[in-house]
Design a protein around this ligand. Structure first.
Ligand SMILES: [Zn+2]
Ligand SMILES: [Zn+2]
Length: 347
């Protein structure tokens, strides 16, 4: 075991504080990663405050991890000491079910994926995430960060990036397609960049026009305020695909009305409350209401390579570890452009 410094929530809703945790010995298939940067995802806050149900404490959040390999186990074949690598939302899965074999480990049906934090590993030990100096991960759940992507701007790609890339690819965002990104936050800003790079015509649907200049700069062709009722008149029947990053309950019927026939509204944001919908909104126009969760390991690598090739990472605000609690409040107030990233050398 190795003792490493970390930031942890000692109990639900308690502020995060500096502490130490134990990392397991580097096993045959493991790599030891010196964490350089760790992004702050909205779901870190949901989980540290038990917004999604009972959680495991102490909790070291963080599933947007970028760092450098400092040790490899004897059976490791994909990575070497000195490699720049990333770890996202999962660190293991059953590896045998249909989803795992298809490279969709995030949809593992053999017990589910093992979360990078707030989960139990196969030995029943709690997993601790990236707000820490080091992490030990099986090489099959590690991805390479291409040269040309800064480790700081790459970190948020491991959750926010893949969360948008996977549905945009699955629903064929590309040339000739009209894609709307609903919400212009940590997830949404990545949606704009990726959909634009895929060649789609991109519209941002945001509550206000406050971030319009940013949206257009990041690749949006159009930008509308959802607080303005005229938006819904003007854009009726427009989109092939809408990806909603919003995590509060929405009037889904109003957004489904913005789709063309055969269009899809895909949710990647997760409201805590159930929603209701009149199904005529789907029947009329053969529309799809769907959801999507991150992406598989191979697809995460593909996404990183795609971002590097197109020359972009996330838009970030770099913070020190002692600013984490303040950053959480600012995330909740939508006061971040567009992702906080912790410089883990300050832990
Ligand atoms: Zn996340
Ligand atoms: Zn599985």
């Amino acid at each position: 075991m190795t003792t490493v410094a970390a930031y942890a929530a000692p109990a639900a809703k308690a502020p995060l504080e500096r502490t130490t945790i134990e990392r397991r010995e580097v096993g045959a298939h493991d790599v030891l990663i010196d964490v350089k940067y760790s992004g702050i995802c909205h779901s870190d806050i949901h989980q540290a405050r038990e917004g999604w149900g009972e959680a495991i404490f102490p909790m070291v959040p963080g599933h947007e991890i970028a760092g450098v390999v400092t040790e490899v186990g004897p059976a490791v074949s994909r990575f070497a000491v000195g490699d720049r690598v990333g770890v996202g939302c999962m660190v293991d899965s059953c590896r045998e079910c249909e989803s795992c074999r298809a490279g969709q480990e995030q949809y593992c049906t053999g017990g589910g994926m093992v979360g990078t934090y707030n989960a139990l590993d196969k030995n029943g030990e709690p997993t601790y995430g990236g707000y820490a100096e080091k992490i030990v991960v099986d090489e099959n759940y590690v991805v390479g960060i291409p040269e040309g992507l800064g480790l700081d701007e790459a970190a948020p790609l491991l959750c926010a990036g893949i969360t948008l890339y996977s549905p945009l690819k699955h629903w064929n965002a590309g040339p000739g397609k009209k894609v709307a990104i609903l919400g212009m936050g940590g997830l949404g800003h990545m949606g704009v960049k990726i959909a634009h790079a895929l060649g789609a015509e991109v519209t941002v649907l945001s509550q206000s026009l406050r971030k319009k200049d940013d949206g257009l700069k990041l690749g949006a062709d159009h930008y509308y305020a959802t607080s303005d009722p005229r938006t819904f008149e003007e854009l009726a029947g427009t989109f092939d695909l809408i990806v909603s990053t919003v995590s509060v309950p929405l009037d889904l019927a109003a957004y489904l009305a913005l789709l063309k026939s055969d269009g899809a509204l895909v949710n990647v944001g997760a409201p805590e409350e159930p929603i209701s919908l009149n199904l005529f909104s789907l029947i009329s126009g053969r529309k799809t209401l769907a959801g999507s969760a991150i992406g598989g390991i191979a697809e995460t690598q593909e996404m990183l390579d795609f971002c590097a090739e197109h020359g972009f990472g996330a838009e970030i605000e770099l913070i020190r570890a002692d600013q984490i609690n303040e950053a959480y409040e600012r995330v909740l107030a939508s006061d971040v452009r567009y992702r906080f990233v912790i410089d883990t050398s300050t832990i």
